[in-house]
Design a protein around this ligand. Structure first.
Ligand code: CP
Length: 315
């Protein structure tokens, strides 16, 4: 694996998930693997889980880990061949090359604008960084994907699945803020590559980008979608068609105990952070069916597996 930005970078998905489980079973087994290597994490946007779990994973492998709040300080220019006489102090061309002098691996988190669909879906910040960096890049969530979250989710589903091919439902949820499509896009992409039956349910207007939804069935009736489900994965996202807009008000799509009762004793999943009693009722997230803390736990093992794989290819 040369970079980790989507499921398409992964040579062998089963092997990567196995590596994450091996890290979980024996966290310090490779404690010297990253000795004398440096992991630099650039956060253009906030994070709790991704930041801490990736730092922990790097430390467990013996790496030096440096985290920079890249959204603060001077602004970077990402356009090529521009006259830099505005407020941008440094071009990504120099910045990425300079960071590569200090880092063996670079992680980056960057959210979309949610105002310019074309620019967001080019995933410009991630791709410019990859173009000008000379070391492998790990996406810590980009404008359109969150692959570390999806790897974690796949790992969690694999651990809890009771049938060979579980029914997994990705259910849109209400939220007061317009949120990126990244988690949903990525989840769909990873589930399409896994041995599960995926159904996506959302109100009209929240269709995901065609390149992500592909042939995955969409059911506009949430209750129908929940029938016989083994896993309910809930996430809010803003509209792709009416780009970045929240089109639906009210709590009709919140996950409740009554809806969970329609499933096959399904587990409840969410990537966190979550708005209680907006996205999901307390009775569901606090129930024994909720896997949200287990998912957060698995973030560290997913990150460890990815870093190990990238380090292996460097050695
Ligand atoms: N799920 C997730 O990526 O959480 P953070 O935004 O806290 O990193």
């Amino acid at each position: 694996m040369k970079h980790f930005t989507s499921v398409h970078d992964v040579d062998d998905l089963t092997k990567l998930v196995d590596l994450a489980f091996a890290a979980k079973a024996n966290p310090n087994h490779n404690k010297n693997m990253g000795q004398h290597k440096t992991l630099i994490l650039l956060f253009f946007n906030p994070s709790l889980r991704t930041r801490l779990s990736t730092e922990v994973a790097g430390h467990r492998l013996g790496m030096s880990v440096i985290t920079m709040n890249a959204g603060q300080g001077w602004k970077l220019e990402f356009e090529d061949e521009v006259i830099m006489n505005s407020d941008k102090a440094e071009h990504i061309k120099e910045a990425a090359a300079v960071i590569s002098q200090y880092a063996d691996l670079i992680g980056v988190r960057t959210f979309p604008s949610l105002t310019d669909r074309e620019a967001d879906y080019q995933d410009r910040i991630l791709h410019k960084l990859m173009t000008y960096a000379s070391v492998p890049v790990i996406s810590l969530e980009s404008a359109i994907r969150h692959p570390l979250q999806s790897l974690t989710d796949l790992m969690t589903i694999r651990h809890f699945q009771k049938t060979e091919r579980p029914k997994v439902v990705l259910s849109w949820a209400p939220h007061p803020k317009a949120l990126p499509q990244a988690v949903a896009n990525s989840f769909v992409e990873w589930m399409q590559a896994a041995a599960v039956d995926l159904v996506v349910t959302h109100p009209p207007g929240y269709e995901l980008a065609p390149e992500f939804i592909g042939a995955t069935p969409v059911e506009y009736d949430q209750k129908k979608a929940f029938a016989e489900a083994d896993f309910i994965y809930t996430k809010s996202w803003s509209s792709y068609a009416d780009y970045g807009k929240v089109l639906t008000k009210g709590s009709e799509w919140m996950v409740t105990p009554e809806k969970m009762a329609l499933t096959q004793n399904a587990y409840f999943m969410h990537c966190l952070p979550v708005r209680r009693n907006v996205v999901v009722a307390d009775q569901v997230i606090d129930s024994s069916a909720s896997l949200v803390i287990e998912q957060a736990n698995n973030r560290q093992w997913a990150a460890q597996a990815v870093i190990q794989s990238l380090l292996n290819d460097l050695l």
